[in-house]
Design a protein around this ligand. Structure first.
Ligand code: IPD
Length: 287
């Protein structure tokens, strides 16, 4: 059955859906009240839930035979990504940005077969940036600009020292994971350590991965996010020549729901870059 699935048709369907959802997101930014999830910095709004309902309804109506995994309807210990064709959806990625009207939130609509991301559509309606990727068919910004947009100069190698790296502090602000992240940030930044060019926190996994796919960030390191945060970006980045490996040392082929990731742009030196990055990690992330 999987071989009969028309991935380009799914991309076009998800693109139209993303534009529809975009209007709902922009019309509510900064206006909604929010609730806490795991703690006082893990936030959700009514708009997250409304967008997910809309996406779930539309996907179910058009593709009733496929499964659906979404951030807001996820039930810990019950909802699971399986081998079945599945829409993997973060209705609003970058909810904190959405609450603060910082224009880096997006809808992230992915599709997996056998747990492999094969279609990805990410739309930031504030900046009108649409990233799309289909396995075997490339990745694009706004349908026509092939990714990556920025190619490093010929002969230059990907190194930590020359890199602009996406990082996120996450919602756990104590304990092992907080310690590993902050100590690793210090090591990557220090003159006696990685001495990287710089760090950016876009506040959305999908936006960070899209920036790696575009070649604007060289890498993005994350622990704690979920399949819906990375699924769409995964295929966009792969089609742009980059890849996602594990965010702990030695994990070359992580599962999409592994929760610990290092996304790296394409280009010479990426294996050495990954090993160098892993050597810089102070401890082990555990989610
Ligand atoms: C979050 C964002 C954030 C990442 C978190 C995610 P949400 O998603 O992608 O950048 O660091 O791990 O949970 O809550 O805004 O959908």
């Amino acid at each position: 059955m999987s071989s009969d699935i028309n991935l380009l048709e799914i991309r076009d369907f998800l693109t139209e859906l993303a534009y529809e959802v975009g209007k709902l997101i922009t019309s509510n930014t900064g206006k909604t009240t929010f609730d806490d999830k795991a703690n006082a910095v893990d936030l959700v709004t009514e708009t997250d839930a409304a967008v997910e309902r809309l996406v779930a309804d539309r996907t179910k109506a058009r593709y009733p035979e496929f499964d659906f995994l979404g951030e807001e309807s996820y039930v810990p210990g019950v909802s699971k990504l399986t081998d079945k064709p599945t829409f993997v959806v973060d209705p609003i990625d970058g909810t904190t940005n959405f609450i603060h009207s910082f224009p880096f939130s997006c809808t992230s609509l992915g599709f997996t077969i056998n747990r492999e991301p094969v279609v990805g559509v990410i739309y930031n309606p504030f900046l009108d940036w649409l990233y799309t990727g289909v396995k075997g068919h490339g990745a694009y910004l706004n349908k026509t600009q092939k990714l990556p947009l920025r190619k490093p100069p010929v002969g230059s190698k990907l190194t930590i020292q020359n890199a602009l790296i996406g990082i996120e502090w996450g919602t756990q602000r104590s304990g092992n994971n907080y310690q590993v992240k902050t100590e690793t940030f210090k090591k990557l930044a220090a003159e006696q350590g990685g001495f990287a060019h710089g760090f950016r926190s876009l506040g959305s996994a999908a936006m960070n991965i899209s920036a790696v796919a575009a070649g604007q960030l060289d890498a993005y390191w994350e622990g704690g996010c979920y399949a819906w945060d990375v699924c769409a970006g995964w295929v966009i980045l792969s089609e742009a020549g980059g890849r996602i490996v594990g965010g702990n040392p030695g994990q070359w082929e992580p599962a999409v729901d592994e929760r610990i990731y290092l996304a790296v742009r394409g280009g010479d030196g990426s294996d050495e870059f990954i090993e160098g990055f892993w050597d810089s990690i102070e401890g082990k992330l555990d989610y």
